[in-house]
Design a protein around this ligand. Structure first.
Ligand SMILES: [Zn+2]
Length: 327
């Protein structure tokens, strides 16, 4: 707000001559507007911007905050608008004296004369006074009711196929408000799958150029996770077999190559309990990376036992009778 002149214009309680000047600018272009429609929760405060512009479908297309030339107030407003842009994807603009001057360049009346008009108008009063008890006319309830009526009026104008509607649409287009639906900046990223460039909002989490690329990567990741899991189960199964073989040396060494299953019953039961596997082909696969049959599996287990003996005797050559069961 600035200069302290607040008052009613078209049923909206405007808080400064700048707000009035901006409303007049919108009116000149037949742009339908609303004032202080919504409150935004910015996390650190509640914030109610000044002007709200909707398109013919009722979509909020732009929010405008009017500020005096006070630097700190402008910085604070900019901060609030940036949060709204990021969170709500709505274009926002901060307007002060300099911006108003520019907007008024194309109008047939001057900014100064408009401001003066507001100050001398019977509908305005000094804001400080209006805030107090001086003028009961400026209470919030009245403002809200009037706003509701204005809102209904605007909706009706949009709904009808009236010259007013055409004028309003034209105004939106001419002013450039319609085209800039989203003003969140975009950036160019490179698809990590196909190396194609694509453009997205800087706030977007998108990593790939298309659904197709994202799908390929998702499938590959899922497969890799599955393979990792299988590999880790295989490794622990193999470790388990090695340990079991050493712990049960006698059984392993005495098991004939062609009769592995009946004598290995305890191993098979334990593997089934711990890994959900009972098929020797799967167990063999875990050990060798492929099914090499029961004979190869029991050979491997016997080797494990022999190796453990070798380690115990600190690399001394194996005794001949130790080799005997291997045939
Ligand atoms: Zn791609």
């Amino acid at each position: 707000m600035n200069r302290g002149y607040a008052g009613f214009y078209k049923g909206h309680y405007l808080r400064s001559s700048y707000e009035y000047a901006y409303a007049k600018y919108l009116d000149y272009h037949s742009i339908p507007w609303s004032h202080e429609d919504s409150t935004f929760d910015l996390g650190y405060k509640l914030y109610k911007p000044d002007f709200f512009i909707y398109d013919q479908y009722g979509n909020l297309i732009k929010i405008i905050e009017i500020k005096s030339r006070n630097k700190e107030a402008k910085i604070e407003a900019k901060r609030a608008l940036d949060i709204i842009i990021e969170r709500y994807n709505v274009e926002c603009e901060l307007i002060s004296y300099e911006e108003l001057l520019k907007l008024y360049e194309s109008l047939p009346f001057s900014l100064t004369s408009t401001i003066t008009e507001w100050i001398v108008s019977n509908n305005t009063t000094i804001h400080k006074a209006a805030n107090g008890k001086l003028n009961g006319h400026f209470n919030l309830k009245h403002g809200k009711n009037t706003k509701k009526i204005i809102g209904e009026h605007t909706r009706k104008l949009w709904a009808s196929d009236s010259p007013a509607r055409r004028k309003m649409l034209e105004g939106l287009k001419k002013s450039g408000m319609k085209k800039g639906y989203i003003k969140v900046p975009r950036e160019i990223r490179i698809c990590t799958e196909c190396v194609k460039e694509f453009k997205v909002l800087v706030t977007s989490p998108q990593k790939f150029c298309s659904q197709s690329c994202a799908g390929k990567v998702a499938i590959r990741n899922a497969t890799a996770r599955y393979m990792d899991k299988r590999k880790s189960i295989r490794n622990s199964l193999k470790d388990y077999i090695v340990k079991w073989s050493i712990d049960n040396k006698e059984i392993v060494l005495e098991t004939p190559l062609n009769k592995i299953k009946p004598t290995m019953e305890p191993l098979v039961i334990n593997i089934q309990k711990q890994f959900g596997v009972k098929d020797f082909r799967v167990i063999s696969g875990a050990v060798f990376g492929e099914d090499r049959g029961r004979k190869e599996l029991i050979r491997f287990m016997k080797e494990c036992v022999m190796k453990s003996y070798a380690e115990l005797t600190e690399n001394e050559p194996l005794e001949p009778e130790d080799k005997k069961p291997l045939g």
